[in-house]
Design a protein around this ligand. Structure first.
Ligand code: AMP
Length: 221
């Protein structure tokens, strides 16, 4: 597969979009771009966009479209090197979808596949409340499914592990509602475009990865 491969991962919070997008990026040798991570880094760096985005992230709401579209388009298409990617978490509502589609049409670009990771809600809570993330390198762990060797410490770089501010039960519920109301229609639009691939995301990390790559190989052949 060449370096122009363009894949987006959609699906509810806790479906494993970030984990799988990172693995897929390595596998296909293209950058992995996470909308949530890019926004959190704007917040940490206290940029203008970050200051505006912070209250939305804290409440599990989608940040305003003009902030996220600018950041994502810049990272997806306006880098100097090749412009293949695996994106997780964008587009996340119909307006973002329209803005992305317009940009791609104007520039003669297209996506290869939108992978929809499907997972029941009860599993979302279990996955997200146990998730721990390294402050230094961003690696993901899980108290139950992937505990670090030393409690509170990253296996990869020794950094401190923390719980994401939005991984509380209350915010997870809000994020799930946002997903149902705003992101589900995006999957239907990709389906209409003929590029949606639904993948069952309930297995462990390697099983789900295997299912995604098998599906992509069939689609992109
Ligand atoms: P995630 O890391 O994908 O779970 O995203 C965490 C939070 O970042 C979300 O709850 C939103 O507040 C914000 N966010 C991520 N992606 C988007 C997007 N495409 N549009 C608007 N807000 C987003």
């Amino acid at each position: 597969m060449d370096s122009e491969t363009r894949i987006v991962l959609i699906g509810p919070p806790g479906a494993g979009k970030g984990t799988q997008a990172k693995k897929l990026g390595d596998y296909y040798s293209v950058p992995h771009l996470s909308a949530g991570e890019l926004l959190r880094s704007e917040v940490e760096n206290e940029t203008e966009a970050g200051k505006r985005a912070k209250p939305y992230l804290d409440q599990g709401q989608l940040v305003p479209v003009e902030i996220v579209v600018d950041i994502m388009v810049k990272n997806m298409f306006e880098r100097s090197e090749h412009n293949g990617f695996v994106v997780d978490g964008f587009p996340r509502n119909p307006e973002q979808y329209e803005r992305l589609t317009d940009y791609m049409e104007e520039n003669n670009l297209s996506l290869d596949c939108a992978v929809d990771l499907v997972i029941p809600e009860e599993m979302v809570y279990r996955r997200l409340t146990g998730r721990r993330v390294c402050r230094e390198c961003g690696a993901n762990f899980h108290l139950e499914f992937r505990p670090p060797e030393q409690e509170g410490q990253c296996d990869d770089c020794g950094g401190e592990l923390k719980q994401r501010d939005d991984d509380t039960r209350e915010t997870i519920q809000e994020r799930l509602e946002v997903f149902q109301n705003e992101s589900k229609p995006v999957a239907r639009k990709f389906e209409r475009d003929g590029i949606l691939a639904k993948v069952d995301a309930t297995g462990d990390i390697d099983e789900v990865f295997e299912k995604i790559t098998t599906t992509l190989e069939e689609r992109l052949a």
